[in-house]
Design a protein around this ligand. Structure first.
Ligand code: S3P
Length: 172
């Protein structure tokens, strides 16, 4: 073992937590969305605008299969990766899945000043976040390891992730 794969809704902190965990454990950090952007030489927003969400999900699925070959890495996935059961199956093969939980208010606060997320460029983002989160909750909850991030510091979340990883590896 094994990579660490961070799963969670937009604004759950996968990128900040992932970077910090990778640094502390001397692992590489891979952001699946950046991987996709490099592969497609287009931003996620442009992919959604020009090709649509369905094509994005197909590309995302291919990228998931590709990152599976990476070693000693912390992989931050996009919030919708759980929508395709195939993705979770292949991510499980490559690393320890950890779900970063977030509530709707916190996700809203953390994302409202950023405009690169096509799904949140809507007239009422908080309402949309609530609806999407509710719809996706059952998909996130299949991940056995979870860490709450709402109302918690980055440091505490990072510590929890490292503790879960070490205990899964049988290291103290
Ligand atoms: C998405 C989340 C985004 C990105 C795309 C779709 C989603 O990633 O993959 O905009 O469906 O939740 P982040 O969770 O890193 O924002």
């Amino acid at each position: 073992m094994k990579n660490i794969v961070l799963i969670g809704f937009m604004g759950s902190g996968k990128t900040s937590v992932g970077k910090s965990v990778a640094e502390k454990l001397n692992m590489s950090f891979i952001d699946l969305d950046r991987w996709i952007e490099e592969r497609e030489t287009m931003s996620i927003k442009e992919i959604f605008d020009r090709k649509g969400e369905e094509v994005f999900r197909k590309i995302e699925c291919e990228a998931v299969a590709e990152v599976g070959n990476q070693k000693n890495s912390v992989i931050a996935t996009g919030g919708g990766v759980v929508l395709n059961p195939k993705n979770l199956e292949s991510l499980k093969e490559t690393g320890l899945l950890i779900h970063l939980r977030v509530d709707a208010q916190t996700a809203y606060k953390r994302t409202r000043d950023h405009h690169h997320r096509p799904l949140l460029n809507v007239p009422n983002p908080l309402q949309h976040i609530e609806a999407l989160l509710k719809q996706r909750q059952p998909f996130y909850e299949v991940v056995p390891n979870a860490v709450e991030t709402s109302g918690r510091s980055l440091r505490d979340v990072v510590e929890d992730v490292i503790r879960i990883y070490r205990s899964a590896k049988g290291v103290r």
